[in-house]
Design a protein around this ligand. Structure first.
Ligand SMILES: Nc1ncnc2c1ncn2[C@@H]1O[C@H](COP(=O)(O)OP(=O)(O)OP(=O)(O)O)[C@@H](O)[C@H]1O
Length: 354
């Protein structure tokens, strides 16, 4: 008898991603280990085979990432991949250190190794959720570097993706924020999200039938957090009004928006060279002729290049700068975050730090 359907589903999702990782690894190994013709005869050596790649799972001890860890522990040895894990102690709740110890123990119990348990200090910048996320990714990056890991797996599910799309929609900041999380992200495509097409219930069920103990983060149920309210009130209300397929539809929206946003970014990248004069300044008349979606991307990029922090630059800032092009009536300089100033001078748009 085969495994329970939920276990089969999580393993398949992980197997697919491990195949991708293996292909990328072999391609990069083949390039770096390629010998010049005749080299083997001269040196008597063959190219060294790249060592088997190491894949780490980032595990909070929650159902999604425990399911991910179990599937990685099952699949990796069958593909000749080494598999380890990292758990991060954010130090935000009493007893979090003990829990991290326990998670590390469970990961080792699954046969994973190396397993790291890392304590971080969470700052305040951008609010509690963003600060914890920044500290976590810094710790995961450091662990990947320390162990020479090829990839780090994250347990985000289709439900997380749907929530991310809704949060982006509520921010009102364009299709990039509707495109949610990428299946592959980070330096050199380090972060992979095998469960992005899998629902949270399947991950939880897979833990249950494998008798894997899971830890439910009280923050996930705390109505003080926006994401938690969305999870427990917003999405159920939407499902009630629109039907069960809404989560899947939102996740599909993410993929479609990502493709559109990538295409528009590429268009803006090419158009930018054509709207700059010989001195590299942006020409207002040429900007005016571009479609708004392309023009605004160029303006945003110029503001960031001048020193405006991307995270503080909102759609309303770019709209104001855009009015220097499309609604010119002699208005003054526009102040942007990071002490960046945008102003129109003699048919040119000048954006620089003031
Ligand atoms: N403390 C942590 N240590 C290591 N990895 C973490 C930690 N917290 C989150 N992650 C990683 O980030 C992913 C997303 O975390 P998040 O808390 O947003 O989602 P979640 O739905 O609560 O996931 P989970 O059920 O796995 O905790 C997790 O699945 C896991 O891979």
């Amino acid at each position: 008898m085969g495994p329970h359907p939920a276990v089969a589903a999580i393993r398949l999702a992980v197997r697919r991603v491990l195949h991708d990782i293996l292909n990328d690894h072999q391609t990069s190994g083949a390039h770096s280990g390629r010998q010049a013709p005749g080299e083997r005869e001269r040196t008597g050596r063959t190219a060294e085979r790249p060592p088997s790649p190491l894949v780490l799972v980032a595990c909070s001890g929650g159902a999604d990432s425990m399911a991910l860890a179990s599937a990685l522990a099952f699949e990796a040895p069958r593909l000749g991949i080494r598999a380890g894990g990292v758990t991060v102690d954010h130090g935000l709740q009493p007893g979090s250190g003990l829990r991290a110890d326990e998670v590390a123990l469970r990961l080792r119990g699954l046969g994973l190794g190396p397993v790291d348990r890392v304590a971080v200090t969470v700052g305040r910048e951008g609010g509690p959720e963003a600060a914890a996320r920044d500290a976590r990714y810094a710790a995961l990056d450091a662990a990947a570097e320390r162990h020479g890991a090829t990839a780090v797996l994250l347990g985000h599910t289709r439900d997380d993706q749907a929530e991310t799309v809704l949060l982006g929609l509520a921010r009102g900041s364009g299709i990039r924020s509707l495109s949610g999380m990428a299946a592959v992200s980070g330096a050199g495509g380090r972060y992979r999200r095998p469960f992005l097409h899998l629902d949270r219930q399947t991950a939880r069920k897979a833990c249950m039938v494998q008798s894997l103990p899971v830890w439910d983060d009280p923050h996930n149920a705390d109505p003080a957090y926006t994401r938690s309210r969305l999870r427990h009130e917003g999405l159920p209300a939407l499902e009630k009004a629109l039907g069960k397929g809404v989560v899947e539809a939102l996740a599909r929206t993410a993929q479609l928006s990502r493709d559109d946003a990538d295409a528009l970014d590429a268009w803006a990248g090419q158009a930018e060279a054509a709207v700059r004069d010989a001195a590299g300044l942006l020409e207002c008349a040429k900007l005016y002729a571009l479609p708004p979606a392309v023009r605004r991307r160029i303006l945003r990029r110029a503001a960031i290049e001048a020193g405006a922090p991307a995270g503080s630059l909102f759609a309303r800032h770019i709209e104001e700068v855009d009015r220097l092009i499309t609604g010119w009536r002699g208005q003054g300089a526009i102040n942007l975050p990071g002490r960046v100033v945008a102003q129109r001078q003699g048919g040119r748009l000048v954006i620089r730090q003031g």
